[in-house]
Design a protein around this ligand. Structure first.
Ligand SMILES: *Cc1c(COP(=O)(O)O)cnc(C)c1O
Length: 454
């Protein structure tokens, strides 16, 4: 017999511990919404309510829900081989995907190491960088530099290089030591600069760190162009261009965490392309399977790969890292089909009018009395809400502004899950211009319901 909604919710709360969720609140008036299906940019609950998936189901979905071609690719692969050990064995889909990735990034990077989520792609990058120096005659280069407000995942290594107190502070005693550099947060510049006249004082701070400690620094890890989970903080591409020069000058590895930005989220395949640079290591995940299956990869250069390429007597130069599901054929087949579809769509051109449409529709938000900053980078838009526009005084956590807007959004048919005091839109790429209008109208209504603009 089919369970009714009430029963399902009770059993959910009884048996499941949800991510990033205060379960006690969940039991109160924030009950989970039971999703039955999805199609395109919409997901539908068991009561038949439809919601625009404005967060791409946690930033992963790019081609919409239940894409026919991706469904078919998954089914086709399931009938041949669903999974196989990836040490000592390989398979054609993996070879094809690795080759496509390298070709798509114009050989900027040369070798692909697969894992199964963004956090592990970051762990792999950190271990690779560390071991690279250990076996390249610089075992003293052990430390990592990471930025305030950064987010690189939830496993312990990734949390160590994280910089969002709300998520990371409690684990501090467990984490390895890093050197934290300031956040390139233009709207709230830690150096008091203005966007228009900014001379990248935040980068100067990185240079000071490098200058003083480069002998001990293995690498710096950044989120390219957007510190996403830290509050959709966006910064200039010149920061990355100049950072590349500093890394070269001081012999520090440049680790570029493209987990959220990769696969055209910023309008280009990888965000580093905007800055005309090549990182030493990049991490990719989220969009790689268009939101279908967990899969990630860490890509690197010959320089790093070659430091591991050696049959030494004690086997110590091997990279001892892997996961049960490394190179999973189901996930990889979907990624292959995804890349094929993106290519056929001529995705860079396809996204341009949508990016412009977002930009146009965002204009009216700038005039709202509680909108401090409106930011956009490709297919990501963020609106930072403030208590006081003139002083930039933020809302406090207990104001629950984001949560209130989220609730209004649900009533109106859109998932406006907030990021701190930011409303943001990070939709599947297939959203139409009409649907962009609809989404931003919903957002406008929800915002004005909670914070009337009089
Ligand atoms: C989401 C995210 C991660 C972590 O990826 P998971 O798949 O959630 O482990 C790492 N880095 C960045 C920049 C992210 O946005």
């Amino acid at each position: 017999m089919k369970k009714n909604k009430q029963q399902l919710i009770e059993e959910d709360l009884k048996y499941i511990w949800h991510p990033f969720t205060q379960m006690k609140r969940y039991e109160g008036d924030e009950k989970p919404i039971i999703i039955k299906k999805g199609k395109g940019i919409y997901i539908e609950d068991i009561d038949g309510n439809k919601y625009i998936d404005a967060v791409s189901s946690w930033w992963v979905n790019t081609l919409g829900h239940s894409n026919k071609r991706l469904n078919k690719a998954l089914y086709k692969q399931a009938k041949t081989i669903e999974h196989v050990i990836f040490a000592g064995f390989t398979h054609e889909p993996a070879i094809k995907l690795a080759k496509s990735l390298i070709e798509m990034c114009n050989n900027d990077l040369k070798h692909v190491f697969f894992s199964d989520n963004g956090s592990t792609a970051v762990e792999v990058a950190l271990k690779m960088a560390y071991q690279y120096w250990a076996q390249s005659g610089h075992p003293e280069k052990k430390k990592f530099v990471a930025l305030k407000n950064s987010y690189h995942g939830d496993t312990i290594g990734a949390v160590s290089v994280g910089g969002v107190d709300l998520y990371h502070k409690v684990y501090k005693p467990l984490l390895f030591d890093i050197i934290q550099a300031p956040s390139p947060y233009c709207y709230r510049c830690p150096f008091g600069c203005e966007k228009e006249t900014c001379q990248l004082a935040c980068l100067k701070a990185v240079e000071d760190i490098f200058e003083k400690e480069h002998q001990n620094i293995a690498g710096i890890i950044i989120e390219p162009l957007v510190q996403a989970a830290g509050g959709m903080i966006m910064y200039k591409k010149e920061y990355m261009t100049e950072l590349r020069k500093l890394c070269d000058k001081y012999n520090v590895l440049f680790i570029d965490d493209e987990v959220a930005m990769g696969f055209y989220r910023t309008g280009k395949l990888f965000a580093y392309e905007h800055a005309n640079i090549v990182p030493d290591i990049i991490c990719v995940a989220k969009g790689i399977t268009a939101g279908y299956m967990p899969l990630s990869a860490t890509l690197t250069t010959d320089k790093i790969y070659n430091a591991f390429y050696d049959v030494d007597e004690d086997g110590l130069k091997t990279f001892y890292h892997g996961h049960s599901y490394t190179g999973n054929p189901l996930a990889i087949s979907i990624a292959c089909e995804n890349l094929k579809i993106l290519k056929e769509m001529n995705i860079e051109e396809y996204l341009k009018p949508k990016i412009q449409k977002f930009s146009k529709e965002l204009e009216k938000f700038k005039k709202h009395k509680n909108v401090g900053d409106v930011r956009q980078c490709g297919m990501i838009c963020a609106i930072e809400l403030v208590k006081n526009k003139a002083t930039k005084e933020p809302f406090s956590y207990s104001d629950e502004i984001g949560k209130k807007i989220y609730k209004e959004g649900l009533k109106l048919g859109a998932i406006l899950r907030p990021m701190h005091n930011c409303m943001y839109f990070l939709t599947p790429y297939i959203i139409t211009e009409k649907e962009i209008e609809k989404l931003l109208n919903i957002a406008w209504k929800a915002l004005n319901k909670v914070l009337p603009n009089e």
